[in-house]
Design a protein around this ligand. Structure first.
Ligand SMILES: [Fe+2]
Length: 307
């Protein structure tokens, strides 16, 4: 039985950062997000009318705190909660105090056995009184989050069979690109094969190739380390540029992406693991590409990587 709920989009990503002030300046003055009022030490940024598409939490170690997916409707959210609990995975409702901080409607969190990643599902989020006004880059949306896993096959089985993700393409057995159905974009989530659970990168999609070109010069001028690109992903037909945030976590701008119809979409392809598949312009990632960012484990969990 397919999962009985539908996604709207990847809603927001929550990152742990070691120096929130420094990271806030970076995400506003380099990446080009708009800061919204925060509370309880959490700082929020948006690239849409949503109250936030990025949340920064102070922490001793940089990494991925959780990923928030927005579902299509309140009934989808309720069906999702029942379905997830029926799998034997406990859900935790976000309490009223925290929802006031997040400015979200009913929301719940859960983890699956194959990853330490905390998923959050919600259907409603406060809308800003003004649309996102681009400053540095015409950011369209939070595009995708890619995580690393030492056991991607097991995690992918759960994501596709239980959580309504669809595979768009496989880069050999190293990276799998998934869309949160029925969101049309080639990938809103991805899983790379890595030695341990980790953040791989966070992507923001931009509107024009000029956004990528201007970013290249802005990043250089501000001595932000570029770790891959500019280049073109053959897989999703995106022009990309990857760079490091102040903690060393990998952030990406990309322009253009294949879209899938809800009905009649092509089958996933298994693409050969050649560097030019990832960058048909011939570039290679730098050693620091996608190397920083632990996935925050559940409180009390001492398990390094679950077997
Ligand atoms: Fe990406």
């Amino acid at each position: 039985m397919p999962a009985p709920f539908r996604y709207l989009k990847p809603g927001y990503v929550a990152l742990n950062v070691t120096e929130p002030e420094r990271s806030s300046r970076f995400f506003e003055s380099i990446v080009g997000l708009t800061e919204e009022p925060g509370a309880d030490g959490v700082r929020f940024f948006r690239c849409s009318a949503d109250h936030h598409n990025l949340a920064l939490y102070p922490s001793d170690a940089p990494g991925l705190k959780r990923v928030g997916f927005q579902l299509e409707s309140a009934p989808d959210l309720e069906r999702a909660r029942e379905w997830i609990e029926a799998q034997g995975w406990p859900t935790q409702a976000v309490d009223a105090d925290e929802r006031r901080v997040l400015r979200q409607g009913p929301s719940f969190r859960f983890r699956v056995p194959e990853s330490s990643l905390c998923f959050e599902f919600y259907a409603e989020i406060e809308q800003a009184s003004t649309p996102f006004v681009p400053t540095l880059a015409k950011i369209q949306r939070l595009g995708h989050i890619v995580i690393g896993s030492p056991q991607p096959e097991a995690l992918l089985a759960t994501l596709t069979e239980k959580l309504n993700f669809r595979v768009s393409d496989y880069f050999g057995d190293q990276v799998t690109f998934l869309r949160c159905f029925p969101n049309p974009y080639h990938h809103s989530f991805g899983v790379a094969r890595t030695e341990r659970d980790c953040l791989h990168h966070v992507n923001f999609m931009v509107s024009e190739i000029d956004d990528v070109g201007r970013a290249l010069n802005r990043l250089r001028k501000n001595e932000v380390e570029i770790v891959y690109g500019p280049g073109r992903h053959d897989i999703s037909n995106s022009i990309f540029l990857y760079y490091l945030d102040p903690d060393g976590m990998t952030i990406e701008y990309s322009f253009g992406m294949e879209e899938f119809a809800e009905v009649g979409a092509r089958e996933a392809r298994v693409l050969p693991m050649r560097p030019e598949i990832l960058d048909c312009w011939g570039g290679l990632p730098a050693p620091k590409f996608a190397k920083v960012g632990a996935i925050e484990r559940a409180a009390g969990s001492s398990v390094e990587t679950r077997a």
